[in-house]
Design a protein around this ligand. Structure first.
Ligand SMILES: O=C(O)c1ccccc1NCC(=O)[C@H](O)[C@H](O)COP(=O)(O)O
Length: 208
């Protein structure tokens, strides 16, 4: 099981996540978010602090192309994560691996969305909440996650150290993603929760 710790805003938290076995960290480039990184220098330093074998993911919500290109010039991002209404053509235009987020609205046609983003490295399934593009801290019904997806699925939304093992068992995703569930305060991670989350997410695979 791969684990991404999202919404990192300081180097210490990035190191804690990497040392605890995180496979990826997420940096938010979306101004209304309390986890938004307004300094590119800070974003770059965080990205460089995790070492060569931890993926650094940049989160965007309907970004201006120029803004994203400017970030790519100074922050070494391995993967882009799109939370808005970005088209497949837009997502692919940066020639960088990307994940498209699908918010699990009740009537969503997941198979169609997955086919639409054929160029994506994976699809991140997140909770739908009107007007909130991500980081809701709320979960959705994990039974809705298909086990035969054409693309790797990343499960997100309201995960925490206490529910991630159950979520993995039911949804059987390729990876899990957490932000609010391992925070001490918005944008600040709790190192005990980060460690507990990673241990729990990864141990489920072993116990099965
Ligand atoms: O974190 C935010 O504030 C945020 C704002 C806008 C788009 C995405 C955002 N975060 C995304 C994530 O942190 C995760 O990919 C995912 O949504 C899970 O978040 P959570 O439910 O808090 O674990």
């Amino acid at each position: 099981m791969r684990v991404k710790i999202c919404g990192i805003t300081q180097e210490d938290d990035a190191r804690v996540a990497a040392d605890a076995g995180a496979d990826a960290i997420g940096l938010v480039f979306y101004e209304p978010s309390p986890r938004h990184l307004c300094s590119l220098k800070l974003a770059r330093n965080i990205a460089l602090s995790v070492g060569p074998f931890v993926s650094v993911v940049g989160l965007f919500v309907n970004p201006e192309k120029q803004y994203l290109e400017q970030i790519l010039k100074s922050v070494p991002l391995h993967l882009l994560q799109f939370h808005g209404e970005e088209t497949p053509e837009f997502c692919e235009s940066f020639e960088r691996p990307y994940m498209k987020v699908v918010r699990m609205q009740q009537n969503i046609d997941l198979a169609t969305e997955i086919n639409r983003y054929a160029g994506a490295s994976g699809i991140l399934l997140d909770t739908y909440k009107k007007g909130v593009p991500g980081g809701t801290g709320e979960s959705f019904n994990w039974e809705r996650v298909p086990h035969n997806s054409a693309k790797p699925l990343v499960l997100a939304g309201g995960l925490s150290p206490s529910n991630v093992a159950q979520a993995v068992k039911i949804a059987q995703p390729s990876a899990v993603d957490v932000s609010g569930g391992v925070e001490a305060a918005p944008g600040i991670k709790d190192k005990h929760k980060v460690r507990a989350f990673i241990t729990s997410a990864k141990s489920e695979l072993i116990s099965d």
